[in-house]
Design a protein around this ligand. Structure first.
Ligand SMILES: [Fe+2]
Length: 422
């Protein structure tokens, strides 16, 4: 459950403005898509864009409006089955791998659904939502922003399947290639540190409670691993040496036939990659992305380093401003590190795999009710990623933010930063 300060709850107009801005961002993300683009499901892990646009609306309708707005009329009774994601307490649902079968309602009907729910939320705001209802609206906004990023990564996967490799946004030249320079390692003392969310701002339940963790002295790379560095690993036979891989990772790359990062492909002897701006030559100075945990871990082993823990990452990031290449830049691809001293690219560009399992912090308890299903029940078999990506909305990310995916997931903007023991 969300934590929202009492102070921010009194500011209903700020919450209303945030709601409108988030909803408009989703509309804008859907605007370049045809009904077919928004309906096809390219793999079981990905959802159609239309489903994302509807499901985020269903969340507001189900969690906020039905229980809290007297006289609210449900837009369409069948949508509860179509657009429930994984809430067992709410009922049966369309199986996730078959979301692409929802050819009807069409995209324009989903936009009408969004408008219906938006109008009802405005009514609720005018009546002055109780603090717990305002918390749910804020949770719904952050939930929708998570789906905005998924909409982009799912569209990228879909467009990569097309023989035309279409661009979601107009192709853009790579710009002047900036050399990020040799990687440097920055030392941290370790000791007992405070980890997790505390205070007034919003956070998901899994980011707390704030608690102590013990860190041994460690060192973190000052920037992300680049495509050029990862290409050296590929060309060195990294995908053919079982000694570099976790057993589960080796089984996965053999079973799936992986020999390089997702979306890399050769054209006339040159390495290209699929992006949201269409297929483009690989930028060797940009951060490598679309890696599974297994690949990130194998690269680190090959480099004689390791992945950081999420606590090492958070301790290092805590003093830095939350700035970086986020979705709002419109670039929609990671970009090379700018020259500079100290830690670079901690936020934005690519999510950074950590070696930490997605587990509950000490004294963690999910809240009661349906929203208690949001994070806690996924705390098994997944790893934490930190820092946000070029597809993450800037006002969605925090130092304490814990993203999580299974170790074989590679369709997100996921890369790595190296660490070592000091
Ligand atoms: Fe969701």
């Amino acid at each position: 459950m969300a934590h929202v300060s009492r102070k921010s709850l009194t500011d209903v107009s700020a919450l209303a403005a945030r709601y409108r801005a988030v909803r408009e961002d989703s509309r804008a993300l859907g605007a370049p898509l045809s009904d077919a683009d928004a309906t096809v499901q390219s793999m079981p892990d990905a959802s159609p864009a239309k489903w994302h646009l509807a499901h985020t609306t269903w969340f507001f309708e189900t969690m906020v409006l039905k229980p809290n707005l007297a006289g609210y009329e449900v837009f369409d009774d069948s949508y509860n089955y179509l657009f429930n994601s994984y809430y067992e307490t709410i009922g049966e649902r369309q199986p996730r791998p078959r979301r692409g079968m929802i050819t009807r309602p069409a995209l324009d009907e989903i936009f009408a659904y969004r408008a219906h729910v938006d109008a009802a939320i405005e009514t609720l705001m005018e009546r002055g939502p109780a603090p717990d209802v305002a918390e749910l609206i804020e949770l719904g906004c952050h939930h929708e922003q998570q789906h905005q990023e998924l909409l982009l990564t799912d569209i990228l996967h879909l467009f990569d399947q097309s023989p035309l490799k279409p661009a979601y946004r107009d192709p853009q030249p790579l710009g002047v290639a900036a050399d990020p320079g040799e990687v440097r390692f920055i030392g941290f003392d370790g000791g007992i540190v405070e980890i997790g969310h505390e205070g007034d701002g919003f956070a998901f339940d899994c980011e707390g409670p704030r608690h102590r963790a013990l860190l041994e002295p460690y060192r973190l790379a000052d920037r992300l691993v680049t495509n050029g560095e990862y290409l050296a690993f590929v060309e060195d036979g990294g995908y053919r040496d079982p000694l570099l891989w976790l057993s589960a990772g080796w089984g996965t790359i053999l079973g799936e036939g992986w020999t390089r990062p997702f979306y890399w492909h050769e054209r006339d002897g040159e390495m290209w990659t699929m992006t949201l701006r269409g297929a483009q030559p690989l930028d060797l100075n940009a951060p490598v992305t679309h890696l599974s945990y297994f690949e990130a871990d194998a690269f680190a082993t090959w480099a004689g380093k390791r992945l950081p823990t999420e606590f090492e990452w958070e301790n290092a990031a805590a003093s830095l401003p939350v700035e970086g290449n986020f979705a709002g830049s419109g670039r929609l691809r990671p970009k090379p590190a700018a020259p500079g001293e100290g830690l670079r690219q901690m936020y934005g560009d690519v999510w950074e795999w950590t070696r930490s399992p997605f587990s509950p912090y000490p004294r963690f308890k999910p809240v009661e009710g349906a929203v208690g299903e949001y994070n806690g029940k996924f705390m098994c078999g997944q790893f934490v990623l930190r820092g946000g990506s070029c597809a993450t909305p800037e006002n969605h990310i925090r130092t304490t933010y814990r993203n999580f995916f299974p170790p074989d997931a590679r369709w997100q903007f996921s890369g790595l930063r190296l660490a070592e023991d000091a």
